[in-house]
Design a protein around this ligand. Structure first.
Ligand code: BES
Ligand code: ZN
Ligand code: ZN
Length: 492
């Protein structure tokens, strides 16, 4: 789907659908069509919809009204929900084209509003259909047009389209199951991206990983016939005067738990254990398309985690890339093992900051559910940039403490550290973060635990169920902010 801008009056719209957002108890537009609506049918309350035929009096066929709720509770995500909901409606009636009116709300910045409408529409238009063979399932909406009398919103729409399309691209890769995306196939995706975006790329294969001494990645991979890869991409690699940032994504293309096998219920969802990696790829794609003035290194350790005669066993002791020894207590805590190697690799480049993104602990689902990303960091400035960007993108973060007492829980009697903090999972997301902290040296660091947000079992306002790509907009926004790309852009 494409999102365009049209500078015109609403009554001049020619389209299948015209969608208009209405605040609670606000006067309804197009009186001649809406005057028969009773207040209990439609009064603009949150997420309410009404659909009215234009009866041939206008050049749009249907008027789609959407409730934006109370003015005082208004936020930009209401606009994503609004455009998302009209896109869903268009799909349900097989309309290939629709128009969306940019709401006139005094408190909102028009560029941010156009951006949010674009994001909601594009994200809602995405559905994973690659393996559907019936034509009916392949229906696609071609065009959404944002209509306003305001001029000059093209750039905001283009900016949002770039990021939301990168997020959809991420979702598409993430949806592919483990028999399609093995570590090697993920490397191919990265190589194609590198070619398309002119990024520098290194793909370390098993023998290289052995030479480097990445004991964590090798230990997790040793149970599978599909060998691991370690992928390093770099945007603006030759521009050494630009500040370097590093993003690290967990790429477990299937997590069975290994010898500490997971229960079979829901196990198919463990194809999404590569979300950190696919989001990382989506971020570098977006950043390179937006031409942000930074250098960006993306580091992806990729492997399967399977049980077999050659798999690692609880009790094993391994040596990670930075020389620390790790006692394996539970082979299902594999993400931190591969991230340990990747994080110490990243520190060698001495970046301004390291951001890791990982479906690290199932406990995230219990604490924040699907509504927030767990944030762990050693740097106050990064924390506040992330919180602000989380509010703007609605990919919200919630900060967890890194009190030193939690670090004690990872101590091993016989190695430097063990790979789980407690058998009962006490503070499991925090001890996992502390494990990672052992491998970042003195770098400024943010760890994002996306285990609760990387996939939705049920559809959401503008995200179908399945892979969400949540994190692409958040981290791209953070990097834009850090690179001061955003200078002059009004931040709300
Ligand atoms: N990939 C899982 C975490 C996960 C669980 C992500 C559910 C998304 C949904 C991770 O590798 C894992 O298995 N973690 C264990 C850690 C435990 C053994 C300390 C967990 O969360 O149970
Ligand atoms: Zn696991
Ligand atoms: Zn995992």
């Amino acid at each position: 789907m494409e999102v365009n801008l049209k500078v015109a009056q609403l009554k001049a719209v020619k389209d299948e659908i015209l969608a208009v957002g209405v605040l609670k108890d606000e006067e309804l537009p197009f009186k001649e069509l809406t005057r028969f609506l009773r207040a209990d049918e439609f009064n603009g309350k949150d997420d309410q919809t009404a659909i009215i035929s234009s009866l041939g009096r206008f050049d749009f066929k249907k008027l789609f009204l959407y409730g934006l709720g109370e003015q005082k509770e208004f936020d930009l995500d209401k606009l994503r929900r609004f455009s998302g909901s009209v896109v869903r409606y268009a799909r349900s009636i097989r309309s290939t084209s629709l128009s969306i009116a940019l709401p006139q709300i005094n408190s909102i910045n028009k560029e941010h509003a156009a951006q949010a409408l674009t994001e909601g529409a594009l994200l809602a238009s995405y559905k994973f259909t690659k393996f559907k063979t019936k034509k009916d399932d392949l229906f696609e909406i071609k065009k959404a047009t944002i209509v306003t009398e305001e001029k000059g919103l093209e750039n905001a729409i283009l900016y949002a389209s770039t990021i939301a399309s990168a997020q959809n691209w991420t979702r598409e890769i993430d949806e592919h199951p483990a028999n399609f995306i093995t570590p090697k196939e993920l490397a191919k995706v990265a190589m194609n991206l590198a070619k398309e975006r002119k990024l520098k790329i290194k793909v370390f294969e098993k023998k290289d990983i052995e030479k480097l001494g990445m004991g964590g990645l090798l230990a997790v991979a040793q149970g599978s016939v599909n060998p691991p890869v370690f992928i390093v991409l770099e945007y603006n690699a030759h521009k050494k005067d630009l500040p370097l940032y590093c993003i690290v994504g967990k790429g477990v293309t299937f997590d069975s738990g290994g010898i500490s096998l997971k229960p079979s219920k829901g196990l198919q969802e463990m194809k999404y254990d590569k979300s950190g990696a696919t989001i990382t790829l989506g971020i570098i794609k977006a950043v390179s398309e937006l031409k942000l003035p930074i250098r960006l290194m993306a580091v992806i350790p990729a492997t399967e985690n399977l049980p077999s005669g050659s798999a690692q066993k609880p009790g094993d002791i391994i040596t990670s890339y930075n020389g620390k020894t790790i006692e394996i207590i539970n082979t299902d805590a594999e993400g931190r093992l591969i991230l340990a190697d990747a994080l110490s690799y990243a520190t060698k480049a001495k970046p301004e900051a390291i951001i890791d993104i990982a479906t690290l602990t199932g406990l995230m689902k219990l604490t924040l559910g699907r509504h927030g990303i767990g944030l762990f960091s050693n740097d106050e400035e990064l924390i506040s940039v992330f919180k602000a960007a989380g509010g703007r993108t609605y990919e919200r973060v919630w900060q967890f403490p890194l009190w030193k007492e939690y670090a004690e829980m990872n101590k091993s009697d016989i190695a430097d550290i063990k790979n789980i903090g407690s058998e009962v999972g006490e503070a499991g997301s925090i001890t996992a973060a502390f494990f990672l902290k052992e491998f970042i040296g003195d770098a400024r660091w943010v760890h994002l635990d996306i285990a609760g947000t990387s996939m939705f079992a049920e559809p959401h306002h503008y995200l179908e169920n399945g892979a969400t790509g949540i994190g692409v907009r958040l981290v791209t926004e953070v990097l834009a902010e850090l690179s001061s790309y955003g200078k002059g852009r009004d931040k709300k």
